[in-house]
Write a protein that binds this ligand. Structure first.
Ligand code: F0G
Length: 482
């Protein structure tokens, strides 16, 4: 990373890009924000952009593209089969990951659908460092069971462990010994983790997991959706690899896996995805399913424009100064919140800053959805949209009871290269106000609850008039300020 010191000693993230295209934003008055969150059933997924000031819902499909990416979208080769655009993408993937076969798909969960249908049989296990919502749903629908083999630090909200996302290799060995290798559909490492705060995985952990998988002939699959951040963390936190280039780290990491899949809505800053492998049997079997769910093997449901920009985006991901932009902004935000005493997941990870709602709203019963309530309150106080990553994002148990999440997070995603430092500071300011006034925040309860992935469309209501009280306090403190 470029070493640039400030004469005045300030430590702030410094952009290695300039902004040449902008989008107008509005901050609507707090009365409208209150009405909007009510209309959305206190579910930030159901808000509309016109009511949102800073959209920190996700980093998926909304990262800033480079000038080179945008330009590349004009020189595509469009055809159903055999386009030169696909060949360019295929060659780039081959160059970066050193694997022969690439299956394009429309987004990350499409990979999960194909892989789960192929590998998961009824009664099999899929051990992993942590689940992602759509991953788990696909494995379950095919009759498999997700087993999270975490390190003890993984769900500890505050920690100085640099790689909280590591797979617990001792537990993996134990599982293989007790269940038998044939009962394991595949081993999955998410690089880095999503639901436990964007926490990364060490390169040595991939290497060791790969060796175990190989020894027992269990397929080893890496979800590389959040790989860009993880590469940055290997380079900056894993002493052994600090002199390796990002390309070299990627090459070593790729060698450990039988299959790598990714959402290009994150990796590559476009909208799409893909599956990469060197294994001809796996490739041929997945290829048979591809036209049924995605499209022909040279587009897989993606637009050629996205594929062309993905080729450039993946190449740019090998640039250390490009992939550090997400993590250094997140680090700034997390460290400022820590200084203010706001409970936040540490160490800072990738993807976004994660408020620890379990502690932030410890006065609310967990059954009343602390992370969801915090998301609703933050939107009212700031127009900033976050995402609940706690109990609402879990599926109910078979007996209908709520599965209380191990951690309750309000994720404030920082789409890469999108927000300015002053916008981050505004968000920190409103979070600080909310923390000071946290006792005003109350719980939520469902009034519309879908059976699967309920967090997308579910609707909730406040358990009291706490939102009106929060608005009144805001007006008393901020006067006519938006
Ligand atoms: N794997 C991980 C680790 C992800 O974070 C996501 C998506 C997927 C798979 C699925 O990819 O959305 O392209 O189908 N995460 C988004 C998020 C939705 O907001 O965190 P997809």
């Amino acid at each position: 990373m470029a070493n640039i010191k400030f004469f005045l000693g300030e430590e702030i993230p410094l952009e290695m890009h300039k902004v040449r295209m902008v989008q107008r934003l509005d901050l609507v008055p707090i009365e409208r924000r209150l009405a909007a969150i009510e209309e959305a059933g206190n579910n930030t997924f159901l808000l509309y952009n016109k009511d949102i000031y800073l959209d920190m819902l996700t980093d998926s499909g909304v990262n800033a593209m480079s000038d080179q990416q945008t330009a590349s979208m004009l020189v595509v080769d469009d055809s159903y089969a055999g386009s030169a655009t696909f060949t360019r993408l295929n060659d780039k993937i081959n160059e970066i990951f050193g694997k022969k076969y690439f299956l394009p798909v429309h987004q990350g969960r499409a990979c999960e659908n194909l892989l789960s249908q192929y590998f998961v049989k009824k009664g099999t296990y899929v051990p992993m460092n942590y689940h992602f919502t759509t991953t788990k749903a696909h494995i379950m629908i095919n009759g498999g069971e997700v087993l999270e083999l975490l390190m003890p630090e993984a769900v500890k909200p505050t920690s100085s462990e640099p790689f909280k996302g590591n797979l617990n290799l001792d537990e993996l060995q134990e599982l293989i010994a007790t269940a038998g290798a044939e009962k394991i559909a595949f081993i999955r490492i998410e690089a880095g983790t999503n639901l436990i705060g964007g926490q990364p995985v060490a390169l040595d952990n991939f290497i060791e997991a790969g060796k175990i998988a190989n020894k027992h002939k269990i397929p080893f699959i890496i979800d590389a959706s959040l790989l860009a951040d993880n590469l940055h963390f290997i380079k900056t936190r894993e002493e052994k690899y600090k002199n390796h280039s990002i390309r070299e780290i990627t090459e070593i990491l790729s060698k450990t896996a039988d299959v790598i899949y990714f959402s290009a809505r994150k990796l590559g800053h476009v909208r799409g995805g893909g599956i990469i492998t060197n294994d001809e049997t796996i490739y041929k079997n997945l290829l048979e399913m591809l036209p049924l769910y995605e499209g022909f093997s040279t587009y897989g449901g993606m637009s050629v424009r996205e594929m062309e920009a993905m080729t450039i985006g993946l190449d740019e991901t090998m640039d250390e100064e490009m992939i550090n932009q997400g993590p250094i902004f997140i680090k700034f935000m997390v460290e400022e919140l820590v200084k203010l005493g706001v409970p936040v997941i540490t160490p800072p990870g990738g993807l976004g800053a994660h408020l620890n709602a379990m502690e932030f709203l410890s006065h609310i019963p967990q059954e009343q959805y602390r992370a969801g309530a915090l998301g609703s309150a933050l939107y009212i106080a700031s127009g900033v949209r976050g995402m609940e990553r706690g109990t609402i994002s879990e599926e109910r148990e078979a007996d209908g009871s709520d599965h209380l999440a191990a951690i309750e997070l309000l994720r404030l995603a920082l789409p890469r290269r999108v927000f300015t430092l002053s916008q981050i500071k505004y968000t920190i300011d409103r979070i600080a106000w909310l923390y000071e006034n946290r006792k005003l925040i109350g719980g939520l309860e469902f009034y519309e609850e879908p059976k699967v992935l309920r967090f997308f469309f579910g609707k909730l209501r406040p358990t009291s008039d706490w939102q009106q009280k929060l608005v009144a306090k805001f007006k008393a403190d901020f006067g006519d300020s938006l």
